[in-house]
Design a protein around this ligand. Structure first.
Ligand SMILES: Cc1ncc(COP(=O)(O)O)c(C=O)c1O
Length: 406
C-alpha cells in the first residue's frame, strides 16, 4: 500500500493556499508533476557547493559536477533497464524524438521510405516526421484507434508496418490514458524489419519500463513528468541503432579533435550532447529517481488508476458529461472529459477558482481530438500524492458547476 500522506509531506507546493484560502488540488500531473523537496535540495546544493562545467577542467568543483552528472546518467540507465544501451541526455521527450528524426532517420531513410505513426500521437511525435516528409520525402502511414474502445486497431497496425522503416508510437496516451500494446507492436515491427521509437513520456511516472527487455530501438521521455526538473529528458538507444546515427548538432563536448578543415567526434553518448549540458537538471533528476526508489512503482500505478477510475465513473454520472478513455489495468491515471454545453475553458476557470488545477485544451494532440470531432477537453491526471478525498471534492465541484451553469 502506498503511504500517500508520507509522500505528500515531501512536496512543499502542496501546502500552498489558493484563492480564498482553499487548498491546492493539483490534478495536472500529465502536464508536469510537482517536485519533492529532495529534488529541490539536490539542485540547490549543486549550485551552492559544486557549480562548475563538466568534462572539462581538472579542479575539484569540475570533478564533483562531472561525477554528479554522470552518476545521474547511470541512475537513469538502471531505472529504465538500459544496461546494454545508450542514454543520451536531451531537453525532454520532444528533443529526444527530434534527435531520432535528425540523427537516425535523416541519415538512414530515403524518399518514399515509410514511417508508421498512431493517431494517438502527441504533436512531439508528429511534427518532426512531417518536417522529414518535406526534407527527404518520407511517407507517413497512420494507424487508427477505435472511438468507442479507445484501442489501437492492431489489424491495421500489422498491415501498416509491412515495408515500413520506422514506427513511432506513444506508450501511454496523454489524452486517453490508454496504454498501447507496445510489446506486441515492437515484435510486429521487428518482424517486418522496421525500427521502433516509443514515446514513454506518460509511462515513466508509473511504469518501470525495461528498455533492453522491451527490445525497442529508441525510447524518449522527460524528467519533469516523474518528479524531476523541467528542461531535461533522455533518448535511450539500442547499440545497433546508436551506431547508425550521426550527430546533427556540433560544438563543444561532442568532439574528439577539431582541425581547420575537419573534426572527429566522441564515440560515446557525448557525441549527441553538444555544448554545456543541463548539469543541475541531471543531478535533480538523479535525486528524483532516488526518491522514487523509496516507493513501490506498482503501488503508484495502482493508486493512480484507482483515483482515475473513481473520477471517470463519477463524472460519467453527471448529465451531459462525456468521458474519453477506459481506465483499463495498465492505463495511465488520466481522465479526459467534456460537457456538452459547458465550454471546457469556462469549467477550468471555475474549478481553478476553487483550487482545482486541471488541464484544458487540445493536449498537444489535435489530430486525436479531431477524430472525436472536438477541439478541446478538460483533463484530470493523478500522481502518487493525490488522494481519494481530492478526487471526490473535484468531482463534486465539477458536478455543482455543471448543474449551475450548463
Ligand atoms: C505523450 C507525450 N509525448 C511527448 C510529450 C512532450 O514532452 P516534453 O514537452 O517534456 O518534451 C508529452 C508532454 O506532455 C507527452 O505527454
Amino acid at each position: 500500500m502506498l503511504d500517500v500522506n508520507a509522500a505528500r509531506k515531501d512536496f512543499p507546493i502542496l501546502k500552498r493556499e489558493m484563492a480564498g484560502g482553499r487548498p491546492l488540488v493539483y490534478l495536472d500531473n500529465s502536464a508536469t508533476t510537482q517536485k519533492p523537496q529532495q529534488v529541490i535540495d539536490a539542485m540547490s546544493s549543486y549550485y551552492r557547493t559544486s557549480n562548475s562545467n563538466v568534462h572539462r577542467s581538472a579542479h575539484t568543483l569540475a570533478e564533483e559536477a562531472t561525477i554528479g552528472f554522470e552518476e545521474s546518467r547511470e541512475k537513469i540507465r538502471n531505472w529504465f533497464g538500459a544496461g546494454e544501451s545508450r542514454v543520451v541526455f536531451t531537453s525532454g521527450t520532444t528533443e529526444a524524438i527530434n534527435l531520432v528524426a535528425q540523427s537516425w532517420a535523416k541519415v538512414n531513410l530515403n524518399e518514399g521510405d515509410v514511417v508508421v505513426l498512431t493517431e494517438m500521437e502527441h504533436h512531439a511525435d508528429i511534427v518532426p516526421w512531417q518536417m522529414l516528409t518535406s526534407e527527404i520525402g518520407v511517407e507517413l502511414r497512420w494507424v487508427p484507434f477505435d472511438l468507442e474502445t479507445f484501442e489501437l486497431d492492431m489489424g491495421a497496425y500489422e498491415v501498416a508496418v509491412q515495408g515500413a522503416s520506422l514506427v513511432g508510437a506513444v506508450h501511454t496516451s496523454n489524452v486517453l490514458g490508454v496504454r498501447n500494446p507496445v510489446e506486441q507492436m515492437v515484435e510486429l515491427a521487428h518482424q517486418a524489419g522496421a525500427k521502433v521509437l516509443i514515446d514513454a513520456a506518460q509511462a515513466a511516472p508509473h511504469d518501470r519500463i525495461g528498455f533492453d527487455s522491451l527490445g525497442a530501438d529508441f525510447l524518449a521521455l522527460s524528467a519533469h513528468k516523474m518528479g524531476g526538473p523541467t528542461g531535461i529528458g533522455v533518448l535511450l538507444i539500442n547499440e545497433v541503432a546508436f551506431q547508425q546515427m550521426q550527430p546533427f548538432m556540433g560544438g563543444g563536448d561532442m568532439i574528439r579533435e577539431v582541425h581547420f578543415d575537419y573534426s572527429t567526434y566522441q564515440e560515446n553518448e557525448h557525441r549527441f550532447e553538444a555544448g554545456t549540458p543541463r548539469i543541475a537538471e541531471a543531478i535533480g533528476w538523479g535525486a528524483a529517481i532516488d526518491w522514487l526508489a523509496k516507493w513501490n512503482v506498482e503501488s503508484i500505478h495502482e493508486h493512480g488508476l484507482e483515483l482515475a477510475r473513481f473520477t471517470a465513473d463519477s463524472l460519467r454520472s453527471i448529465p451531459g458529461m462525456r468521458v474519453f478513455g477506459r481506465q483499463a489495468d495498465g492505463d495511465g491515471a488520466v481522465v479526459s472529459f467534456l460537457h456538452d454545453t459547458m465550454h471546457a475553458n469556462d469549467l477550468a476557470v471555475m474549478l481553478d477558482a476553487q483550487g482545482f488545477a486541471v488541464r484544458t485544451g487540445h493536449h498537444c494532440a489535435q489530430p486525436l481530438l479531431r477524430r472525436f470531432d472536438i477541439a478541446a477537453t478538460n483533463r484530470a491526471s493523478f500522481w502518487l500524492y493525490n488522494t481519494l478525498e481530492e478526487a471526490s471534492a473535484f468531482v463534486e465541484a465539477t458536478r455543482d458547476i455543471c448543474q449551475r451553469y450548463s
